[in-house]
Design a protein around this ligand. Structure first.
Ligand code: URA
Ligand code: SF4
Length: 484
């Protein structure tokens, strides 16, 4: 029996390296146990060395899709995940298409794990609530959250983008995430027994802060040494500790003074620094809540075979919303719209039209991938009118939250959803159509249509036509920027 001890709960690189070495060494899944440094079970384990691959050039390939899936499933709390993933990897070497076999117990277990992780990530995005602790220059926004899975590292970048200009900390029992305006860092979790109610958050933070960022212990080296090894990788000393050190004494004193003398006022001040951001936060919150709700949507049968709901993405107040048909194979796995071949075509056309994709909100009329399995591949199928109608609620609610000046409907399905009726593309493309007082629509072809055209000349011509439609959107975008 070989025991592999990973450095920490989400040590994907460690798992990957060990799994590769084991597989190359011909070690059967049944002969391996997996654990994590610091695990109780590990104390009793006899550690064996993983065998060396027979030759350093020896290798094998697994589908990229597996690597992607495993890198998400690893955040699941299931203690058997490392073993299940290795079992799947083992089987994939001789059965390359196994991931298409949704009835295989390991495949379905890993898919379910990845799905649960994504759902938990969205939940964290939607439900973390910060409270201001400390004052003014020393203010810090602190939240307590208990994720179901080990998702703190996965979920943290979202908060860094969304609350880029406020220093925050999210305390969880697994791992705490911190943002100083420049970089995210992680430190050990807060003991679950200390789980604070919102009234006690400040007190918990103070205790935590005192333990972790104790000004008396402000020697970076000493501090690192006291942290479990498994967190070091995320502890670029400069980013984690410097700003905290700089403000440590001041902040501690300010917090203590404030807690002792002005509890009521401190509460009132909570709102202040957020005031200017209320609008953005409202739309962001609304979109995140929608995303969360849509993740559990069962309004039509399409959720059953798909990996996950693929919700829209982009700035919450984007002046332009691009609507496609439905996620494809790549989007279904990635959980993001337009990341596959149609997405590349779209990116190129947007660039040629002078539109920065980062400034537009991109979504689909139907949020689940509809397909039929055909051997290796999952063949795209057009959504039916009843599916388009069932899913329209999400598009409508996204539109209501974002309030774009222009919605670009790409292809017939999008046009049907955006305009609320079947609308022929060629007759209606290329000019602005009033949707309501504030929003216009623009109909054009779907980028996949360009991919399907057989001859190069037609492709080039149709591509130019698509770009010229998008230039109308570019003009709207410039106008919106001038007004803002
Ligand atoms: N096609 C679409 O309509 N949407 C996507 O997200 C990808 C391909
Ligand atoms: Fe819901 Fe749309 Fe998915 Fe159907 S396709 S289950 S309506 S999110």
């Amino acid at each position: 029996m070989i025991t592999i001890v990973l450095k920490h709960e989400t040590d994907f690189d460690g798992w990957r390296q060990a799994a590769r070495t084991l597989a190359l060494g011909g070690v059967k899944p049944i002969d391996v146990t997996w654990s994590v440094e610091g695990d109780e079970e590990q104390l009793f384990a006899t550690t064996g060395m993983a065998p060396q691959p027979r030759s350093s050039t020896e290798t094998f390939n697994v589908p990229a899709k597996f690597v992607e899936l495993a890198s998400i499933a690893i955040f699941h709390r299931d203690r058997e995940r490392f073993a299940v993933l290795y079992r799947l990897l083992w089987q994939l070497r001789s059965h390359h298409d196994l991931l298409e076999v949704a009835t295989d117990p390991d495949v379905s277990r890993v898919l379910a794990m990845a799905k649960a992780v994504r759902r938990d990530e969205h939940k964290m995005h939607a439900f973390v609530r910060f409270r201001e602790i400390g004052r003014e220059r020393d203010a810090r926004y602190v939240a307590w959250f208990e994720p179901e899975h080990h998702i703190v590292e996965l979920a943290a970048p979202f908060f860094a983008r969304r609350f880029a200009d406020m220093p925050w900390s999210i305390l969880t029992p697994d791992l705490c995430a911190h943002w100083d305006g420049v970089a995210i860092s992680f430190s050990p979790g807060v003991n679950k027994a200390e789980a604070p109610t919102s009234d006690r958050l400040e007190e918990t933070w103070r205790r935590y802060y005192a333990a972790i960022f104790n000004p008396a212990r402000l020697k970076v080296k000493a501090m690192s040494a006291e942290m479990p090894r498994k967190y070091w990788r995320n502890l670029p000393e400069a980013s984690m500790i410097k700003p905290l050190i700089a403000g440590a004494a001041r902040a501690t004193n300010a917090m203590i003074a404030e807690a002792a003398t002005e509890p009521a006022k401190a509460q009132k001040r909570l709102e202040e620094p957020m005031r200017g951001k209320t609008k953005t936060i409202a739309a962001t919150d609304e979109l995140e809540t929608l995303r969360e709700e849509a993740a559990a949507c069962r309004a039509c049968p399409l959720w059953k075979d798909a990996t996950q709901t693929v919700f829209g993405e982009g700035p919450p107040h984007a002046p332009i919303m691009l609507v496609g048909e439905q996620p494809g194979d790549k989007e279904d796995l990635a959980g993001k719209p337009f990341v596959g071949p149609a997405g590349q075509m779209l990116d190129r056309a947007l660039e040629d039209a002078g539109i920065d994709r980062g400034k537009v909100y991109v979504t689909n009329a139907v949020k689940h991938f509809k397909f039929v399995p055909r051997g290796k591949i999952r063949l795209h199928q057009k959504p039916s009118t009843s599916e388009i109608k069932a899913c329209r609620q999400w598009y409508e609610r996204e539109q209501a939250a974002i309030k774009p000046v222009l919605v670009v409907a790409m292809g017939a399905t999008a046009a049907q959803s955006v305009l609320g009726k079947i609308t022929p593309i060629n007759k209606n493309r290329g000019h602005l159509i009033d949707l309501d007082d504030e929003t216009k629509a623009l109909v054009t072809v779907h980028p996949s249509y360009l991919l399907r055209l057989p001859d190069a000349e037609a492709k080039a011509r149709e591509y130019q036509h698509f770009v010229s439609d998008l230039r109308i959107a570019a003009a709207e975008l410039r106008q919106a920027a001038d007004v803002a």
